[in-house]
Design a protein around this ligand. Sequence first.
Ligand code: KIV
Length: 267
Amino acid sequence: MREARITAPGLARMKRERRKIVMLTAYDYPFAEIFDRAGIEVLLVGDSLGNCVQGNDTTLPVTMDEMVYHCRMVARAARHALVVGDMPFGSYQTSIEEAVRNAFRLVKEGGAHAVKLEGGDRVADRIEAITRMDVPVMGHVGLTPQSVHRMGGYRVQGRGERSRERVFRDARAVQEAGAFAVVLEGVPRDLAREITAELRIPTIGIGAGVGCDGQVLVLHDLLGLSSEPPPRFARQYVLLAEIAERAARMFAEDVRDEKFPGDHESY
Ligand code: KIV
């Protein structure tokens, strides 16, 4: 029988029992329902929706209202999965009070069970304050897309000795601040493996090799829903964009040839 609801402490148990954690992004009811049915443990309402749903170049324009809107759709569909709402750029940086207020919004209005925010020791006080208010926090270190301008692009982090130390320090800071899990994005696999071995909390990798406690992919990369080729670290399991385009072309042809609607599709 399936566990009723995946919880933050349940993920820690999975790490202890060496069971891999599977996380996918979801942004609406139908895909959240499919992924939940497939037994995916964590549904992340990622601010990556800024790229793959809204068509922006970065995640930076995403607002709190938009995150709440998408969280609500995903939370309605999730019967089993833990729903994590991403805190968008500008929603937690300005002050601790603002960070706590916006975390509450994702839970109260969006129905999220937990929130995620980017950064290590520089956001540790936010993580501590939010978790103290009973909202579980997932950290996110390494390549943090909201820092795109500081990083000078989406670059793998932790390659040199100093950068490696910084990623390690950030991961430790996130754990010490009370996060229940941490995303390791765009870091060398040996570094991710070392961090995973040291931390008590689960690590969830994206572009971080197989040694993490779990893996996450963006829905559009998994399902081949974007016109761009997927990033190197992603695996495309199906090409839904092609299937959808074929269906649209077939419909258009039927309409133009007056083959749609047929008798049984008419009143
Ligand atoms: O926004 C997002 O989808 C994410 C994942 C890539 C981890 O942060």
